[in-house]
Design a protein around this ligand. Structure first.
Ligand code: UGA
Length: 443
């Protein structure tokens, strides 16, 4: 089948490469000339394990192409995927400018039936706005052609996106036209493992499903973070509590890891956007507000623990940071807890010496050259002569360091761990104070 994908960002590239991999002819279109030039010359603008090989293989096979020309894009695919960004507005609602610009281009150029697929995370009601925009563009051109708008939200996790796309647990298709539902079923048939993964529902239900999933996951995390603060206050160990409650299959072990707050481009943005949507309909979403507020507070946790330990005297201190990305296996630092922490440390007059396996370049792009940020090549270079070590991202390579070597390097032998990577007894055994999340600090 012929597929066009507008937007060669994270979602667009993964969708394009995976649809090409199962035999479709895919054309990816983006307004960013440099990005398309990079893709055409064999580069990949984002870091995602396996994506570069998949793109190279399918380009080579002639199934995946890149262009900046929207007209070519509209002419190519029966399916027109919209996978452009929806950055948050100042008030937290999703900004639909790019989505509607693509809709207008499709309306302007289409000459035969098209299925327009909303893949970006968009507020409930967006499919209707896309349809209106297409109609308006057609009207301006004076030439109406039949089309359908489908909501098909994506559920990819950064760092595991290829596997999530190739082996989905569900494929949500929102359409009010059964015939279009069948077309999407056919497109996604190669991704059904063991049983049909496609769930067809109304457009608005599909749009809400995406927000509901992310809001539920964010709620689990904020709930655990709240509980970790209570555990600390009452002298309990949140890691024991986590194991204890996760054994109940109704709760489950996933997404109940306490830490220094969730980040990324999805949870913070989507929780806020859903709350705004509810408010715009006259409903006050108290729970969503609390999920966001707890997370915001949790992002201050590491700084308060560090400040408390050094009795407010951080001026001139050097803090070694392990991990900058908002989670492992990505270089993405959007809303990362590391950013809040570094900004607080700098404001207090401290210096940061950071190591992240892939996000250093992104940190350089965000913060430029500044005297109080040093980006180093490996984890031990970060701790050399530093005052203390802070762990912000749970990269696997941080899980079993030589703690005695760390102890020998630090001026104050203390680890602040925002991800509870270690057994406290083991850290203490190496002569280090261990300050983690939701566990009573032992010396
Ligand atoms: C999230 C969802 O997990 C995907 O299903 C969804 O498709 C995606 O958003 C999206 O909307 O595009 P992602 O943002 O890549 O995926 O990251 P997650 O793996 O969900 O992690 C989000 C944050 O939660 C990270 O900062 C992570 O450290 C934190 N987290 C996660 C915890 O603090 N505790 C946990 O138990 C799990």
């Amino acid at each position: 089948m012929d597929v066009t994908i507008f937007g060669s960002g994270y979602v667009g590239l993964v969708t394009g490469a995976c649809l090409a991999e199962v035999g479709n002819q895919v054309l990816c279109v983006d307004v960013d000339v440099d990005k398309i030039a990079l893709l055409n010359s064999g580069g990949v603008p984002i870091y995602e394990p396996g994506l570069d090989d998949l793109i190279a293989k399918n380009k080579q096979a002639g199934r995946l192409r890149f262009s900046t020309d929207p007209e070519e894009g509209v002419a190519h695919g029966l399916f027109q995927f919209i996978a452009v960004g929806t950055p948050p507005d100042e008030d937290g609602s999703a900004d639909l400018r790019h989505v509607l610009a693509v809709a207008a281009a499709i309306g302007e150029h289409m000459t035969s039936y098209r299925v327009i697929v909303d893949k970006s995370t968009v507020p409930v009601g967006t499919a209707d706005r896309v349809a209106e925009t297409v109609r308006l563009a057609q009207h301006e051109r004076g030439h109406a052609v039949e089309f359908d708008v489908v909501s098909n939200p994506e559920f990819l996790k950064e760092g595991a996106a290829i596997d999530d796309f190739m082996r989905p647990d569900r494929i949500i298709v929102g359409t009010d036209n059964p015939r279009t539902g069948e077309l999407l079923r056919a497109l996604y048939a190669p991704f059904n493992r063991n049983h049909d993964r496609v769930m067809v529902m109304g457009v608005r239900s599909a749009e809400l499903t995406k927000y509901a999933a992310n809001a539920m996951l964010a709620t689990k995390i904020s709930f655990m973070n709240e509980l970790s603060n209570i555990a600390e206050a009452v002298g309990a160990d949140i890691e024991m509590v986590r194991v204890g409650i996760g054994s109940d299959p109704r709760i489950g072990y996933q997404f109940i890891y306490p830490g220094c707050g969730y980040g990324g481009s999805c949870f913070p943005k989507d929780v806020r956007a859903l709350e705004r949507t509810a408010r715009s309909k006259g409903y006050q979403a108290d729970l969503l507000q609390a999920v966001e507020a707890v997370n915001d507070r949790q992002k201050n946790l590491l700084f308060s623990k560090i400040e408390q330990y050094f009795q407010g005297n951080l001026k001139g201190k050097t803090l070694a940071l392990w991990g900058l990305a908002f989670k492992p296996n990505t270089d993405d630092m959007r809303e990362a807890s590391s950013r809040r922490l570094m900004e607080q440390l700098w404001a207090a007059g401290a210096r940061v010496r950071a190591f992240d396996p892939v996000a250093a370049e992104e940190a350089r792009r965000l913060y430029g050259d500044r005297a109080d940020l040093e980006l180093v090549e490996n984890r031990m270079a970060a701790v050399e002569g530093a005052d203390a070590l802070v762990i912000v991202t749970e990269w696997n390579e941080f899980r079993s360091p030589d703690l005695s070597a760390v102890q020998a390097q630090l001026r104050s032998p203390v680890i602040f761990d925002g991800r509870n990577l270690f057994d406290p007894a083991q850290v203490n055994g190496a002569g280090l104070t261990y300050v983690s999340v939701g566990r009573v600090p032992a010396c």
